[in-house]
Design a protein around this ligand. Structure first.
Ligand code: C5P
Length: 413
């Protein structure tokens, strides 16, 4: 269940006797660090009360599609956008049929249809219902649409029969859901990430810095772990918890970050530079606290090393990806920056309009030598997963090409 920490999980509960196991599932998901919201069908509320699931999830339970008060608070589209993954457990034969039919005739079906995040179902029904061709066809349809099918198990059933159709136990469902986040596209790779701001000392108590929260870089590091990589995160001063599975090195100044990165870069396959590194630092750091008194003071600044460009210039440089926060001409400036720094990929975002530095959401326009892709506005964690997928694809492409080139060079020697 280790990939569930910090995830937004929507749990759909449809009307079957196995709904009683959903209570334990909610508890386990919360224990794994997930933020859980529950949607129940009308029939599900006959088996287990919304109050139970509300108490366990710590969030109001959603039941109505056409309730204006509920829609105003968090409607079906907001719920679908909020989710990092959606699991329907139990999924009755009727619900599977409705899902396969693309129905949107109650809140749960509508959210499943609106959701772009991974969707999985945990079938639960009587053995005979499970074995009917209609159910098998619905399952096949759902599988062909990349909907995950968790279970069912075999065993004794509430109806007194024995056979396939029992819903998986809560722990197995939580593990199955966790696996959704483990893509494996960077399995066996070493990924180095920088995050947060740097602090450039003026005197023992003052510094120059910026508004970077570190959230995007931490989300990128977490997404790289989910993709199967060994991840080192070099972070400036931020108030964020280290994502599970990440090796974190804390630094203060750009010079510290430069030193830590250059040491780690030699063993990295991929370097993702998300830190908002201060471009300048005071030329001298006063040994004692500067006294006020004079009306004006001036500060001499000198350039900091460009860490990303320095890594890209290494002889055996890793695949390098950087960020470009732009306020205008995003595409031109980003491509120019990518070439100037000699890096493989650049993720540009327009800062301002509430997006970027200190916000929860972001949007990116990613460029590489032979292509580009827009990643529209979404939460930073979701965006980070999409970006890591894109980086993995381009890394594999360049790695493969690199191998071919090296092979040819050796061949002709
Ligand atoms: O040139 P600019 O600061 O806009 O470039 C941004 C990108 O370069 C980011 O990926 C940032 O992490 C990286 N950078 C760096 N060292 C610097 C300045 C920026 O690694 N001194």
């Amino acid at each position: 269940m280790k990939y569930l920490n910090g995830k937004h999980i929507l749990l759909g509960v449809s009307g079957g006797i196995a709904a009683y196991k959903s209570a334990e599932l909610v508890r386990l998901l919360r224990l794994s660090g997930a933020d859980v919201r529950v949607i129940m069908t009308k029939a599900a509320t006959e088996f287990i009360t919304p109050l139970t699931l509300q108490a366990l999830s710590g969030n109001p339970v959603h039941t109505d599609l056409l309730d204006s008060a509920a829609e105003a608070a968090m409607g079906h589209i907001e719920l679908a956008r909020w989710a990092d993954a959606l699991l329907v457990a139990p999924a009755t034969a009727n619900f599977l049929a409705r899902l396969a039919g693309g129905r949107a005739d109650d809140l749960l079906a509508a959210v499943c249809l609106a959701c772009d995040a991974p969707v999985a179902v945990a079938p639960a029904m009587n053995r005979a219902m499970w074995e009917k061709p209609a159910t098998a066809e619905n399952l096949a349809t759902l599988q062909s649409r990349n909907i995950g099918i968790l279970g069912p198990a075999e065993g004794s059933q509430a109806c007194g029969e024995t056979g396939p159709g029992r819903m998986l136990e809560a722990a197995a469902l939580a593990d199955g859901l966790s696996a959704v986040f483990q893509t494996g596209v960077l399995a066996g790779r070493q990924v180095l990430v920088t995050a947060g701001p740097t602090r450039e000392a003026i005197d023992p108590v003052r510094f120059l810095s910026n508004h970077s929260s570190g959230r995007m870089g931490f989300a990128v590091a977490a997404a790289a772990v989910e993709a199967g990589a060994s991840v080192t995160l070099v972070s400036g001063p931020v108030s964020l918890d280290t994502p599970a599975g990440v090796q974190r090195i804390d630094v203060e100044s750009a010079a510290d970050m430069h030193a830590a990165v250059m040491q780690a870069a030699t063993s990295a396959d991929i370097f993702i530079s998300v830190a908002a590194v201060a471009d300048y630092r005071p030329a001298t750091v006063a040994e004692q606290k500067l006294k006020k008194g004079v009306a004006e003071v001036s500060l001499d600044l000198v350039r900091n090393p460009d860490i990303l460009a320095a890594v890209a210039a290494l002889r055996d440089a890793p695949f390098t990806a950087g960020f470009a926060a732009e306020t205008e001409s995003v595409e031109n400036n980003a491509q120019h920056k990518r070439r100037a720094k000699g890096i493989d990929m650049i993720a540009a975002n327009k800062v301002g309009d509430g997006l970027g530095f200190d916000s929860e959401e972001n949007a990116l326009h990613v460029f590489w030598e032979a292509g580009e892709q827009r990643l529209p506005v979404t939460g930073k964690r979701k965006l980070a997963r999409q970006l890591v997928d894109l980086i993995a694809t381009q890394f594999q492409h360049s790695h493969h090409q690199g191998k071919v080139l090296k092979f040819n060079a050796k061949d002709s020697a």
